[in-house]
Write a protein of this length. Sequence first.
Length: 424
Amino acid sequence: MKILLVGSGGREHALAWKIVQSRHCEKLFCAPGNAGTSAIAENIQINAEDIDALAGFAEKQKIDLTVVGPEVPLVLGIVDRFEKCGLKIFGPSGKAAMLEGSKAFAKKIMQKYGIPTAESREFVSAEEAFSYLKKQKAPIVVKADGLAAGKGVLICSSLEEAENAVKKIMLENAFGEAGKKIVIEEFLEGEEASFLAFSDGKTVKPMVSSQDHKRVFDNDEGPNTGGMGACSPALIVTKKLEKKILREIMQKTIDAMKKEGAKYKGVLYAGLMIKNGKIKVLEFNARFGDPETQAILPRMDSDIVEIMLACIKGTLKGKKIEWSKKPCACVVLASGGYPGHYEKNKEIFGLEKNCNAFVFHAGTKKENNKILTNGGRVLGISALGKTIGEAIQNAYFAAEKISFEKMHYRRDIGQKALKKQTGY
Ligand code: AMP
Ligand code: GLY
């Protein structure tokens, strides 16, 4: 099969690495890819959001399967567009991807179908939001409805802060169109975990659980990022909780979307808050997580293309997905200043020294035979181990061999999991 992978981050390098191992894959293209994907696939210079150009390329090259990494093309309807041209594509339709594309839509689905989530209200008028806030208690969460590159959620520790958040989103248009509507939501306490599953629109098959590390500094301090590292499994997700998540959240959501006339095919990602065995959904994503994917895919023993094809065909029920018992840790190496302003084009050293870890490229590019930084999150170093502790140790051992000017990374990836270590 000729396969096209859309996107350019660490998630996409991990997907590319897994896809090229498939017995179905003869040739892989990445649009636009990064320096890591260029070593195992052919990068093509088409932006991930340029759906017309992607469809044109897929038709001309007779691509047999397209896999979409990021959310923007999904929400823009890349799947509908490809299917209309008779092209096979893995991912939810534009309507189904609204689970990520509109927080208000996701909330409505959860409320209507009894899927546990924080209490919330949506607003299209700042005045109404202000008067609602007067009767609320802090902390409280204000969210832009639409896609805001992971920046649209503001956790407010006072009502004054919440009013400012409403102003910023609705009156100052900090997130443009995405902030025309907002959701104001109860603040939830607990521990977060990510739960991803494959679906063909009817059946749901879980991946192994994982945990992201969103804040930039150790001990969950500093501003939110796209994710500074991940661990799989998330030990807070016990076998019993996993069953509950699968039944009461994932399957219910897939069934709900089918009833709403928006069959959900692809990867469904639930961001969860867990406290005392009670689970609530913080958000849905319509795709693989980044950097969760870099900690999940090294544990997947099955052929990922076969699973993706089953999702498209509606035959997932008969498929068994095999996973390694070995835990995996991924440490993200970031540019100085990230998630704020950072410089690019720093030469990366030490990449050739890693044989016992997966070096997944994110913001990198190749120029004159040198690998240079080209983004905020530059690399994701993933490693397996017999225990979570060993996986973490292996990932850091490999990370320490790599360097570039002003590189920074968290030193405590997986520590929460390590503290909970039971059978791993
Ligand atoms: P989201 O994009 O909705 O996942 O939000 C990004 C991050 O904000 C989450 O990973 C949580 O850390 C935090 N968050 C979102 N909603 C809530 C909430 N209701 N209570 C507490 N934290 C939240
Ligand atoms: N790791 C969070 C996300 O992919 O949205």
